[in-house]
Design a protein around this ligand. Sequence first.
Ligand SMILES: *Cc1c(COP(=O)(O)O)cnc(C)c1O
Length: 389
Amino acid sequence: MNFWNQELSLLKAEGLHRELKRLESSQSPRVIIDNREVIMLASNNYLGLSTEQEIKEAVIRVIQKYGTGSGGSRLTTGNYDLHEQLEKELADFKNTEDALVFNTGYMANLGVLATVVGSEDVIISDKLNHASIIDGCRLSKAKFLVYKHGNLARLENILKRSSKYRRRLIVTDGVFSMDGDLAPLPEIVELAEKYQALVMVDDAHGTGVLGAKGAGTIEHFGLEGKIDIQVGTLSKALAAEGGFVAGSKNLIDLLRNKARSFIYSTALAPATIAASLASLRYLQSHPELLKNLWRNINLLKDGLEDSGYELLPSNSAIIPIMIGDREKTMELSKALLVEGVLAPGIRPPTVAEGTSRIRVTVMASHSVTDIEEVLDIFARVRRELKLIR
Ligand SMILES: *Cc1c(COP(=O)(O)O)cnc(C)c1O
């Protein structure tokens, strides 16, 4: 047996071995998986923009003009007018002075954290923050302290005890990816002001979902101008690829000069940037998208609760259905797929033991009929499996 085999056997023995699902269609409300049509209830394409005709045409025009790859990193030969235009419009959208695009949200978190804090500093992080934040913290060499999820008393305790560090940075997701709840940003900002700490918010799941114009959690809470560092992704509601940091002119200039994940990687292709730019513009000129998304979120939540499911108190397009037991969760997910709904089960180590759940997400492009069909299937499967939770 070779080394890889041993590790794989271990994963399999622990029930943690994972396999890829293969899609054979676009990321639509109904997708083809393994030659079969199922309702997609797990996509981050929250606004349904990945198949929007106007956006596809904008991308095709850019491919005709600029071709495919970008040909270099941003600081050498890969910086196009499109990159700069997207950054300008992202900064306007996020109400900041400037913005910088990275190749992924993951790389944005690595780049910004490793640039703004170092070994003399401390990062104070919510327990449920995204893995890319945790990896960015490791890379930064800063001291890393964790507070219980959303717990302001614990956060304040850490702030009281950490005045010896040169810089203190509170980091939180805006919308938490497994629970769908929001960070208590107004209170976090207040504490940050009281203890002179910086605040960084990763709003990957909030962008395009929350706030009157879809700018995210910070707009939702009316905290424009109060957050030092905003991170976002172009790969979720904006249906393209890439990540970004938005903030002050100086922060962005520093990142452009020092963030290694920005400097040492080839720039995103012009067509990819064009997709983000077209999506961002489309989102802002089609307010009905947000309305449809929230109609669907509320329809689905109400209907699931009516049939007896226990939901976590989320406030986003992420709806976690609490099951508890991991085997029951996976059994439910499998039964839903057989009936025609893709609704993944989430179990440890991704979530804490005893909190296994079905995690569904809704899109603006789901029709009311799609949602009604989903609710029928969830109700039927619940009766068949005799679920009590
Ligand atoms: C998805 C996600 C990321 C990573 O973004 P990518 O563009 O997919 O790399 C970072 N942070 C959070 C909170 C996310 O949900």
